[in-house]
Design a binder for this molecule. Structure first.
Ligand code: UD1
Ligand code: MG
Length: 412
């Protein structure tokens, strides 16, 4: 398999996503925090390289096992008759899990203390290797179990074609390890204007908070899965969201709340440990999934990516900010509801109509953001359509970050 040159738009996407993250890093003052961010970045880069290496290996294997799909938006051209390997989200998913386990291994021991251990090993009075901290491991392993369970169920869905109504609930099942192990706060802070109506500053939700967690998980996974069907869109939106969350995490770590020892710092670091490898492995996948796609990501990927983002939102205690980044997904979900509930007829694929004569995509009467974009801005090529939707995603993330800073003032 020959790897094609990286498309210019993909370069642009990678730079736009990573540049703010790198910039924010230079504002982090604490040495230990910097060390941890760099460690996670190195592991994530490894994730990108491994994903890029694994996909060409898996492509023929998936085809042999009849895991393929036809590119619907190229119907009527030779591209539409090719069997495109499906469910290649398996590669970034597995590599992601390896990355975060590897990171756990490296992070568990302080790097300087490992060096000291190597120097004194076997000698009398040698230093015993002491783990630096372990409270966060419970959450980390619960997150790992949940993401792993979701990846498995996503793959099962791709292979078994699980019916829609059941499929919608798979994430709830996968979230069980996280919900069971969750021991963090179960309340939300109430914005100032609402407090003047008599609400307390901190509203304890108790068990309801766990219901909220499950709902967030169901939303994130399905929302990414139904904003799909255009080459590069599933992985592209995930990459943008992962970079936006990572930027938000690092920015918070650079601020006064990022001082060592605080729960605020732990939450943001935790979320960052998930987002950097997610962005890295997703970029590896995009090298093959960008227009014209050589592989499809499958529900294996959409479910895995949605779950990872949801877990970061929950354990990083940033679910409100996350929902601002997910405005395109919220809009698409809300707009899709009549079709999802079958009030309006819902075909198996709610994709645009491709005109082989012009190579342009045209809107269909299906109720989703993909068709709405075509309605509003007119017919365009598949790559243009994906890019327009990703630009909207970037805009919403930027808007979310801005609004978040404004809102911080009314949470104090
Ligand atoms: C969701 C959407 C469906 C959309 C599909 C596309 C809802 C309720 N469901 O269904 O409308 O058509 O995702 O992913 O909104 N495909 C392409 N080009 C791509 C990506 C996918 O043609 O860039 C086609 C391929 O034939 C591929 C198939 O979509 O095999 C994958 O669909 P799948 O993920 O199984 O669909 P759903 O998630 O059930
Ligand atoms: Mg899908």
């Amino acid at each position: 398999m020959v790897i094609r040159a990286v498309p210019p738009k993909l370069w642009l996407l990678a730079i736009t996503g990573y540049a703010p993250v790198v910039l924010a890093f230079f504002y982090v003052n604490d040495f230990k925090t910097r060390e941890l961010i760099i460690l996670s970045a190195i592991v994530s880069y490894l994730g990108l390289v491994l994903t890029k290496a694994l996909i060409p290996v898996l492509q023929p294997i998936h085809l042999r096992r009849n895991l393929f799909g036809y590119d619907i938006n190229k119907k009527g051209t030779s591209g539409g008759e090719k069997k495109v390997p499906e469910s290649l989200g398996l590669a970034p998913g597995v590599v992601f899990l390896v990355c975060i386990i590897l990171f756990q291994l490296l992070q568990y021991y302080d790097v300087p203390s490992v060096w000291h251990w190597v120097q004194t090993w076997g000698r009398e009075g040698a230093l015993k290797q002491e783990p630096i901290e372990d409270a966060w491991l419970v959450d980390y392993n619960a997150a790992l179990a949940t993401i792993c369970f979701m990846l498995f169920l996503g793959f099962a869905d791709d292979v078994l074609d699980i019916p829609w109504r059941v499929k919608l609930l798979l994430p709830a099942l996968a979230s069980l390890p996280l919900v069971a192990a969750y021991g963090g706060g179960t309340g939300i802070s109430v914005p100032l204007p609402l407090r003047s109506l008599g609400l307390p500053a901190y509203l304890e939700l108790g068990l309801l908070y766990k219901v909220y967690m499950v709902m967030l998980v169901i939303f994130c996974t399905n929302a990414i899965n139904i904003l799909a069907g255009v080459n590069g869109l599933e992985a592209g939106q995930t990459f943008v969201i992962a970079c936006a969350v990572a930027f938000h995490n690092i920015w918070e770590l650079a601020g006064p709340g990022g001082a060592p020892g605080g729960a605020h710092r732990d939450g943001h670091l935790f979320s960052l440990y998930l987002m950097l490898p997610l962005a890295g492995t997703t970029l590896g996948l995009l090298l093959f999934n960008w227009y014209p796609s050589q592989v499809f990501v499958g529900d294996t990927y959409t479910y895995f990516a949605g779950m990872t983002i949801a877990v970061a939102g929950i354990l990083g205690h940033l679910s409100e900010t996350l929902l601002l980044f997910l405005i395109p997904q919220v809009l698409n979900f809300a707009y899709s509801l009549p079709q999802l509930f079958k009030i309006v007829p819902c075909p198996r694929h709610r994709l645009p109509r491709f005109d082989p004569a012009t190579g342009l995509l045209h809107a269909t009467p299906n109720w989703n953001l993909v068709n709405l974009t075509l309605h509003m801005f007119g017919p365009c090529t598949e790559e243009q359509l994906c890019w327009r939707l990703l630009k909207f995603q970037m805009f919403c993330c930027g808007f979310g970050l801005g609004l978040r800073w404004v809102l911080t003032g009314i949470y104090k």
